[in-house]
Write a protein that binds this ligand. Structure first.
Ligand SMILES: [Zn+2]
Length: 296
């Protein structure tokens, strides 16, 4: 299964609150293949996305879209609301006062609903690369107005993406791992987010280690392993906003580790401003890891 499909399956499995459902299905419809009186449809190679599109429309509007499968080498799933009266019923629930390609924010009752909307949009037109190969998330959008609308709404949630013209319309994309993590966290992909962070850490530690040629390999892997554990804990605490409220002795070594990602404990002792032994340093890292384990 592709990494993107894994992420989407995880997003689909999230339990959606009652207030969020109209926003979630709106995101799926507005950023699907078509959303107008002539056609309301989605086309995808992920059958779970097509199914969730149908199920949500059924649940929210009591309308059952038709689902068909096409394609030979790779199946393509197409779901659409076939009758005009049903399309009218759906469109009547949206406020088009500001225009057809403007996001109707009156559907967002709370902050959670905006995030659910982003989740629907990502399911409909989002793509994420496997972070082991390349950091990249993009949204493929059919027209510029909808691309701008999404760009602005994401920006309001602190997610900065770039817009480019593409063959089929416009793309919003980011290649920054921190932005990708924030976006995934926002739309609710907990497990994938953490996996992504782990991958990032492993990647950067490996890169650093590759540069240090003249160490023996057993020591390297021990150093890498310890560093990964420590950095996973530190990054987690930082994300939770707890890094700077740690006791001074723990905070200082955490910041030291952040600065020197791949250094061994011995090297860290040398780099530390205060005198500290290897076992003392190790003891402090164990404390940090314990805090992380308890919170996780
Ligand atoms: Zn909500």
């Amino acid at each position: 299964m592709s990494f993107c499909k894994e992420v989407k399956n995880e997003l689909i499995a999230i339990r959606t609150g009652w207030c969020c459902k109209p926003a979630l299905v709106y995101g799926l419809m507005l950023y699907g293949r078509a959303f107008s009186i002539k056609k309301i449809s989605i086309q995808t190679n992920n059958e779970n996305v097509a199914n969730v599109y149908c199920n949500l429309i059924k649940e929210v509007y009591k309308i059952e879209p038709s689902l068909s499968v096409g394609g030979t080498a790779r199946p393509t799933y197409k779901a659409e609301v076939s009758s005009e009266s049903e399309r009218l019923k759906i469109l009547a629930s949206i406020d088009f006062g500001m225009g057809e390609d403007v996001i109707d924010r009156s559907l967002f009752l709370r902050d959670c609903c905006v995030n659910a909307f982003f989740r629907g949009v990502f399911l409909a037109c989002g793509n994420i690369n496997n972070p082991e190969k390349e950091y990249r998330v993009e949204f493929n959008i059919k027209n510029e107005k909808l691309a701008d609308e999404l760009l602005n709404l994401l920006l309001e949630s602190g997610i900065v993406m770039r817009k480019v013209a593409s063959k089929s319309g416009f793309k919003l994309y980011t290649k920054e791992s921190a932005v990708i993590e924030d976006l995934l966290t926002l739309i609710g992909a907990g497990k994938q987010t953490l996996n992504l962070i782990d991958t990032k850490i492993i990647k950067s530690v490996k890169n650093n280690i590759n540069r240090a040629r003249n160490c023996d390999s057993a020591n390297i892997s021990k150093t890498v392993e310890a560093s990964i554990r420590q950095r996973t804990a530190i990054e987690f605490l930082e994300k939770k906003g707890m890094l700077y409220s740690l006791p001074e002795e723990l905070k200082s070594v955490a910041l030291l580790r952040k600065e020197y990602e791949s250094a061994s404990l011995k090297e860290l002792c040398r780099l530390s401003n205060e005198p500290i032994s290897v076992s003392g340093l190790n003891h402090r890292f164990e404390k940090i890891i314990k805090i992380y384990e308890e919170l996780k």
